[in-house]
Write a new protein. Structure first.
Length: 223
């Protein structure tokens, strides 16, 4: 954003997209369970220790609370793509702060072509492209595709989401055997979507998987 514009949240004076007080008030996540991000002491929550999700590590800079929920909505449904730049920067920073090796590839969660036509862009693809550029990691934008459109999952239980998303993805990329891949999405709600993507990538031979999202829903207590 050019300097001199007001803060995008409070409209107060700011040299950046967000003024320091708004930036300081964001619902940031720190520490917590390595695999699901649940804020617990130690490295893993009880749920992941018992039945881990089909990925090794989750990276999520924010809890899906105000104002991150509003800002993701503005990006996704109102085309405020400048928020993609902000979220991607925070996602990249969150990964770097963990100090772990970077993956070979980023693969965004795809949207069905009908939804892509309506919305004009894939929010996960927009995030992955920007993070890939920042961290110099190749992005396989079409590594996964949606087989058919599924109904919106807003308001559904974890079990219902699991059922709806089962079989929704197909791996279109080849040569994934032995690779270390990060799946990129905007929000992790119950882990159903990322879990299904992880399972098909695993079947295609991907060796190690991470999930990188902008925000994790605060109500989710692990897989
Ligand atoms: Zn502000
Ligand atoms: Zn966990």
């Amino acid at each position: 954003m050019p300097a001199g514009l007001p803060c995008a949240l409070c409209l107060g004076g700011s040299a950046e997209l967000l003024c320091p007080p708004c930036s300081g008030d964001l619902p940031r996540l720190a520490g917590g369970c390595r695999q699901c991000g649940l804020p617990v002491p130690g490295n893993f929550c009880a749920s992941c220790a018992l039945s881990p999700p089909p990925w090794q590590r989750l990276s999520a800079p924010f809890s899906f609370d105000y104002p991150i929920d509003r800002l993701v909505h503005a990006f996704k449904y109102h085309g405020r793509v400048f928020w993609a730049g902000f979220l991607a920067r925070e996602m990249a920073r969150c990964v770097i702060e963990k100090g772990v090796p970077l993956p070979d590839l980023l693969i965004p969660i795809p949207v069905h072509p009908v939804r892509l036509y309506e919305r004009g862009f894939n929010q996960s693809g927009e995030l992955a492209r920007r993070i890939g550029r920042r961290l110099r990691i190749p992005v396989l934008a079409d590594g996964l595709c949606r087989i058919d459109p599924r109904p919106p999952m807003v308001g559904l239980s974890a079990r219902q989401r699991d059922r709806i998303i089962r079989g929704a993805f197909r791996v279109t990329a080849t040569g994934l055997a032995g690779l270390y891949v990060a799946i990129v999405d905007d929000i992790l709600t119950t882990g159903a979507t990322a879990g299904e993507a992880a399972r098909v990538l695993r079947r295609a031979g991907v060796e190690k998987l991470e999930v990188w999202v902008a925000a994790r829903t605060p109500g989710w207590h692990g897989p």
